[in-house]
Design a protein. Structure first.
Length: 680
């Protein structure tokens, strides 16, 4: 039972929004002072009435007569429970993007809960402890953090309690009422993150907390309460069935939390006495007293010394680019795709500004997207990075309670990652056209020539966007496209924003003077990259081909050397059963331009992190964060990811298997990864 999770009813959760923070602070202060003393008095009176006729000295004798093995097992179970308790803070810190490392979050959370459940005053006490352990947090931010930990634990506890009561097959007094209450609470707990995207106020309260985070909290709540029940169970050895004890413990824990008394004192004891009538009251009270010594008093004593000396936050060699640094870099970006930072994500720089990444966050994953620059930030010397640079990236992510990943990195970078033990898998192929050898008349582009003739016959007129852009018509086409495709994508893919033309070149297609489609390219001096492709339903066949062909000709005229038609996902052969569900013609469309296919990779420090990274990135692609189109560039900024809509596949000849060191070396020749990937 945790007083850190007391005084939660009708409270809001923390968020960086100042007004919401002050409201939560006021609620915590008001109820934190009023409810615990009242609840303690009421529960104390009821408990004292139940204990009339008991010999208190007899209860103490039972406690001190317990076997040392029981105390040893109880201490070990308490330690395991508190290790699980600390994970609540790690999850909430990550959801709130506080920038606190998972280790420091866990330690501060364990100390806060250990002391607050003894001292009382719920979230207020735990907030003071967290503020002391994490001095970079503001006082209000610490209160918000404590309140959201409390609320999230109540949601997770209710789900665990409902599951155990449903599946445990135990016979408890008033079980139907208990089951109904736990089920209702679990339904509310499950509904909160699901409604976060629909209710702005709730989104402000919960931050980035979603159903996946709630799933983790449920797991940690199960482990936490399970080990805590073991602490009580070792002092009732052989007197009660384990599942019955666990069910009764969960109910008593909930009653203690709702009572708002320090440590649930009184309510916890009364509930257990009512639910476990077969156990003699003196034995049960003695077990509860021993439980409080092992689970409350001892952790509090261990937590006190940690408040005397507090370590500062670990420093890293990287920092998020300021607004000034970002504008300077985007004035002449090292690669065209970095223009997407205007919509989502951040630029990460080292101390001297000579090494950088474009980073964004999807759930617990911080991904470095595409190539990094090495040297002067406006000169991309190599797609490869050093092992030291990868270590810096990993340290930066871990210091902020995030898991690092390289997304759509080159073969050269994949080799560097493998050299220090990272796991790598091929995930995509980039369609690159060498403009120095562009020739429309080669046999491989016969289907492109056919599409161009169709668009010309249909009267499609291609225009570069003029100084007076037709934003209203483009918005109409973009909205129509989004409605047909389930909304815009995000993460590493651009989203249409009217008026956003910085670093981009637009081409529009018209039929009888009406806009029917448009495309955009991110452009630098030597490379163009296809970004947006938006077409109305009435666009004639071949319109998009004609738009991109116009872009290629314009890039040649501007002196660029390559045009990228952007990447498409690639599935390994063993996942061939999924190809028919993913194929949408995008690969065939790009293949008509006869590009050379360059492999792109996903890399993570541990192989089991690859599925996690793929899932959260995929989710962020299809459900990008709303309202995060203009990021802020500071250490407390909320990261946000943008991913592409790629739901297509390459022809079988270009399928990519999980990468091996030899394969990665074979995929790259020059340091710039100029070697072509085999085309179909």
């Amino acid at each position: 039972m945790r007083d850190d999770q007391n005084s939660v009813s009708a409270q809001t959760a923390p968020h960086s929004n100042t007004a919401a923070s002050r409201d939560a602070f006021a609620l915590s202060f008001r109820w934190g002072h009023l409810l615990p003393p009242v609840a303690l008095i009421i529960c104390g009176i009821l408990l004292f009435d139940r204990m009339r006729g008991f010999d208190i000295s007899q209860i103490w004798n039972v406690v001190w007569s317990m076997h040392p093995l029981q105390w040893g097992l109880a201490i070990l179970a308490s330690a395991a429970s508190f290790l699980a308790l600390g994970q609540y803070d790690a999850v909430i810190h990550r959801a709130l993007r506080t920038g606190i490392s998972a280790r420091r979050a866990r330690i501060s959370g364990m100390r806060a809960i250990a002391l607050s459940q003894v001292l009382g005053f719920g979230s207020l006490t735990s907030a003071l402890v967290r503020w002391r352990c994490l001095p970079e947090l503001t006082a209000i931010r610490a209160v918000h953090l404590s309140v959201l930990v409390s609320v999230s634990f109540l949601a997770a506890w209710s789900i665990v309690a409902a599951l155990i009561l449903w599946l445990g097959r135990v016979d408890l007094p008033a079980k139907p009422a208990l089951l109904a209450g736990a089920t209702a609470a679990a339904a509310i707990g499950l509904a909160l993150p699901l409604m976060r995207h629909r209710i702005p106020r709730l989104r402000a309260i919960l931050g980035q907390l979603d159903t996946s985070d709630l799933g983790q909290l449920v797991l940690w709540a199960l482990l936490d309460t399970g080990f805590a029940a073991i602490v009580l169970g070792v002092f009732l050895w052989g007197q009660v069935d384990p599942m019955t004890l666990f069910s009764a413990y969960l109910v008593a824990l909930g009653c203690g939390l709702l009572s708002n008394a320090p440590g649930g004192l009184g309510a916890f004891e009364l509930t257990l006495m009512a639910l476990l009538p077969a156990i003699p009251a003196p034995d049960l009270l003695a077990a509860i007293l021993a439980y409080r010594l092992a689970y409350y008093a001892l952790p509090a004593l261990v937590a006190v010394p940690g408040l005397i000396y507090v370590r500062d936050q670990a420093k890293t060699d990287l920092h998020l680019a300021t607004n000034w640094e970002t504008r300077r870099i985007l004035g002449n970006p090292p690669c065209p795709e970095w223009g997407l930072v205007q919509q989502s994500g951040h630029i990460l720089l080292d101390q001297h500004g000579e090494q950088g990444w474009r980073v964004d966050v999807a759930g617990p994953v911080m991904a470095a997207i595409g190539p990094a620059f090495h040297g002067h930030p406006t000169v991309l010397r190599s797609n490869s990075v050093s092992a030291r640079a990868l270590d810096k990236l990993q340290n930066f992510a871990q210091a902020r309670n995030l898991k690092p990943a390289l997304y759509k990195c080159s073969a050269a970078t994949a080799i560097a990652a493998q050299s220090i033990g990272w796991s790598v898998i091929r995930i995509a192929s980039d369609a690159v056209i060498d403009l120095n050898h562009w020739n429309l008349d080669i046999p491989q582009r016969r289907s492109l020539r056919r599409k161009l003739r169709k668009s010309q016959k249909a009267g499609v007129e291609i225009r570069p966007m003029s100084n007076a852009p037709c934003w209203d018509e483009m918005t109409r086409v973009a909205d129509n496209w989004a409605d047909r495709h389930g909304g815009q994508r995000g993460f590493s893919m651009g989203r249409y924003v009217a008026g956003n033309t910085h670093g981009q070149v637009f081409f529009t297609a018209h039929v009888d003077g009406k806009l029917v489609a448009f495309v955009s390219f991110h452009a630098t001096a030597d490379k163009w990259v296809l970004d947006l492709m938006r077409a109305d339903q009435c666009a004639p066949d071949g319109t998009m081909y004609a738009l991109i062909h116009a872009g290629i000709n314009a890039a040649i005229a501007a002196g660029a050397t390559t045009v990228s038609l952007a990447a498409i996902p690639t599935l390994p052969d063993q996942w061939a059963f999924l190809r028919k569900h993913l194929a949408c013609g995008l690969a065939q469309f790009k293949q008509s331009f006869a590009p050379r296919w360059q492999p792109l990779f996903l890399a993570t420090p541990r192989f089991w992190q690859i599925p996690t990274a793929m899932w959260f990135i995929f989710r962020q692609i299809h459900h990008p964060n709303a309202g995060n189109m203009q990021p802020t560039h500071d250490e407390d900024a909320n990261f946000g990811f943008d991913l592409g809509p790629a739901t297509c596949d390459l022809p079988r000849q270009t399928q990519m298997l999980p990468v091996r060191t030899g394969d990665a070396h074979a995929a790259t020749g020059a340091p710039d990864d100029k070697r072509s990937f085999p085309s179909p």
